[in-house]
Design a protein around this ligand. Structure first.
Ligand code: APR
Ligand code: PHB
Length: 391
C-alpha cells in the first residue's frame, strides 16, 4: 500500500490537512486509533479566530459554520463582582471571533472527506512509524486483525498529546518545554439557553469560572477546581450552586440550570516540543504543543500549523521546492510561542493559585482594573484574543 502523505490522527489537525491536500490532488491516508463516533464524542473548546475561519472556508468546509456559528464581537471580564465588556471589534479594527464547537467542525471535516472519497482507517491499532529520517518512511498498523504496511513520502503526526509520533523521535533530537498548572477545569454541557449572549470570564476569590456556549440553546460552563476533585463529588446541583457563587448578582439571577449532558474534569498544561519536523515526519497540533484552555487557542493553533504544513507540501509537489518544508518548524513555533505566552498570561490572570494568597488576588484585580480602563492594555488583550496574523 502506498500514499503520498500518511496522516496519523483524525482530530481537527489530521482531518483539515487531509481536506486541504485532497483538494490539491495530493493523496493521503488517515489512520486513527479510535472509532469515528469516539472522536465525535469528545467535547472541546469552540472559539474560532477569523484566520481559522478563512482557512476552513478556503478548504471548502465553511458552509455550516457560516450558517450556524455565532459571531461574537466582544466578551466580558467579571472581577470584584462586576462585569466589564472587552469590545473586540472596536479594539481590533472590526475583527470578531466565532463560537462553533470543535465537535461540529470535526463532523464537517469527516463528511467532506467521505464525500471526496478519500480513505481513512478508524480503529487502527498498534501503529508504529519507521524510516522517517530517510527518503522512504513507512507506517505499520493493525486493522481488523490484519497487519498492514503503508509506504509514503511524508508522515504527518497529528496524533495529539499522547500520540505515537512525537514519542518515536530519537531522544536528544527533541526539546520539550512544559508547565503544569495546580488545578483543573470542571466542564458542564447542558441544553439550556446561555446566561448571557457573550462569553463571561470570571476571576473570583473562589476560583475562575467561564460561561460559554455551543448555540443559543446549549450552554457550556466551567469551574476551576482542585485536581483531586472527582466527578462523583460534583453533582449537577453542586455545580450550579458553585457557578452561581462565582457570578455577579444579575447573571446569578438570569442563570438557567438543567441536567448536564456531559461533565468532565480536565487538567491544564502548557507544552511545546521543538523542533516540529524530523526528516520526513512533521508534528502538528496537540502532538507538538498544548495550551491551557483560557482564551481557546488550541484549535486555532492546530489550524495555523496545518496552514503552514499544507502550503509546504503543496510547494514540494507542485513547485518541486523544499523551502516550505525546511521553514515549517520555525514558522509554526513563532506563532505557537506567542499563543503559549497569551494563554499562560490569561490563565495566570484569571485563576486562583494556591501559593499566591491575598497579595496575588489584589495584583490580579489591579491588572484587570487596568485592562478594562486602559485602551492600550485592552487592545493587547483583544488582538491576541481575535488571533495574531498568520504570516
Ligand atoms: N494511532 C492513531 N491515532 C492516534 C494515536 C495512534 N497511536 N494516538 C492518538 N491518535 C489520535 C487520537 O485518537 C485523536 O483522535 O489522534 C487524534 C488527535 O486528535 P486531537 O487530540 O484532537 O489533536 P489535534 O487534531 O491536534 O487537535 C487539536 O484538539 O485538544 C484540542 O485544544 C486542542 O482544539 C485543539 C485540537
Ligand atoms: C468553550 O466554549 O469550551 C470555551 C470557550 C472559551 C474558552 C475556553 C473554552 O476560552
Amino acid at each position: 500500500m502506498r500514499t503520498q502523505v500518511a496522516i496519523i490522527g483524525a482530530g481537527p489537525s489530521g482531518l483539515l490537512l487531509g481536506q486541504i491536500l485532497s483538494r490539491a490532488g495530493i493523496s493521503t491516508l488517515i489512520l486513527e486509533r479510535q472509532s469515528a463516533d469516539h472522536v465525535l464524542g469528545r467535547i472541546r473548546a469552540g472559539v474560532l479566530e477569523q484566520g481559522t475561519i478563512d482557512l476552513l472556508e478556503a478548504a471548502g468546509v465553511g458552509q455550516r459554520l457560516q450558517r450556524q456559528g455565532l459571531v461574537h464581537g466582544g466578551f466580558e471580564l467579571l472581577f470584584k463582582g462586576a462585569r466589564h465588556r472587552i469590545d473586540l471589534q472596536a479594539l481590533t479594527g472590526g475583527r470578531q471571533v466565532m463560537v462553533y464547537g470543535q465537535t461540529e467542525l470535526t463532523r464537517d471535516l469527516m463528511e467532506a472527506r467521505a464525500a471526496a472519497g478519500q480513505p481513512s482507517v478508524y480503529q487502527a491499532s498498534e501503529l508504529s512509524i519507521h524510516d522517517f529520517a530517510g527518503q522512504q518512511p513507512r507506517v505499520r498498523y493493525v486493522s481488523q486483525g490484519r497487519q498492514h504496511e503503508l509506504a509514503c513520502d511524508f508522515i504527518a503526526g497529528c496524533d495529539g498529546f499522547h500520540g505515537v509520533c512525537r514519542a518515536s523521535v530519537p531522544r536528544g533530537a527533541i526539546t520539550e518545554y512544559e508547565k503544569v498548572y495546580p488545578f483543573g477545569w470542571l466542564g458542564l454541557l447542558a441544553d439550556v439557553p446561555p446566561v448571557s449572549p457573550e462569553l463571561i470570564y470570571a476571576n473570583t476569590e473562589r476560583g475562575f469560572a467561564l460561561c460559554s456556549m455551543r448555540s443559543t440553546s446549549r450552554a457550556r460552563y466551567y469551574l476551576q477546581c482542585p485536581l483531586t476533585d472527582t466527578l462523583s463529588q460534583w453533582t449537577d446541583q453542586a455545580f450550579w450552586a458553585e457557578l452561581k457563587n462565582r457570578l455577579d448578582p444579575q447573571a446569578r439571577e438570569q442563570l438557567i440550570t438543567g441536567p448536564a449532558i456531559e461533565k468532565g474534569i480536565a487538567p491544564l498544561r502548557s507544552f511545546v516540543a521543538e523542533p516540529m519536523r524530523f526528516g520526513r515526519l512533521f508534528l502538528a497540533g496537540d502532538a507538538a504543543h498544548i495550551v491551557p484552555p483560557t482564551g481557546a487557542k488550541g484549535l486555532n493553533l492546530a489550524a495555523s500549523d496545518i496552514n503552514y504544513l499544507s502550503a509546504a507540501l503543496r510547494e514540494f509537489y507542485q513547485d518541486s521546492s523544499s523551502a516550505g518544508i525546511d521553514s515549517y518548524s520555525a514558522r509554526c513555533l513563532r506563532r505557537v510561542w506567542r499563543a503559549e505566552r497569551f494563554s499562560w498570561w490569561f490563565t495566570s490572570l484569571m485563576h486562583q493559585f494556591p501559593e499566591a494568597g491575598g497579595f496575588g488576588q489584589k495584583l490580579q484585580e489591579a491588572e484587570l482594573d487596568y485592562l478594562v480602563h486602559s485602551s492600550a492594555a485592552a487592545t493587547a488583550l483583544a488582538e491576541n484574543y481575535v488571533g495574531l496574523p498568520l504570516d
